[in-house]
Design a protein around this ligand. Sequence first.
Ligand code: FES
Ligand code: FES
Length: 164
Amino acid sequence: MSEITFALNGEAISISTAPDTPLVDILREHLFATETKLACGIGRCGACAVLVDGRLMNACLVRAFQLADKKIVTARGLDAVPEAAMVREALAAESAFQCGYCAPGFTLALIALLRDHPDADGRQIRTALEGNICRCTGYGSIIRGALRAAEAWRQRHGVPLPKP
Ligand code: FES
Ligand code: FES
């Protein structure tokens, strides 16, 4: 067992765990951050997506020994991001999700994209969300919601429309 310290949604965390424990298990089983979902467990579905020092990563592929002094943000931590409510509203307006299991991962991936590329066009949005799998919707509503969110993001930040 090792003592690991990191920050979760701005809160200092110190836990004792095996160095190879997956971050998704630490979040869900030790810290009850169940907004981070576990599905494939092999980095293929994006259900467990989190931000690690601002970078989108699948928590099932990150191990405890890699967490020292990192800043982890889950979908719940997005509450502190001013644009998050706007993005969630856009997704809801298009009824993007049904069961919602994939929603935290999609939302994190979309916000990470728009934060870095506020002028992202439809192709870039689809590419950015390729790593996220949804078992319910067939993706049409999610993409419509993502495009709507991107439009709202552009308007808020005064970003010119992308070329068609
Ligand atoms: Fe981590 Fe699927 S559970 S990518
Ligand atoms: Fe159910 Fe995406 S809405 S998995």
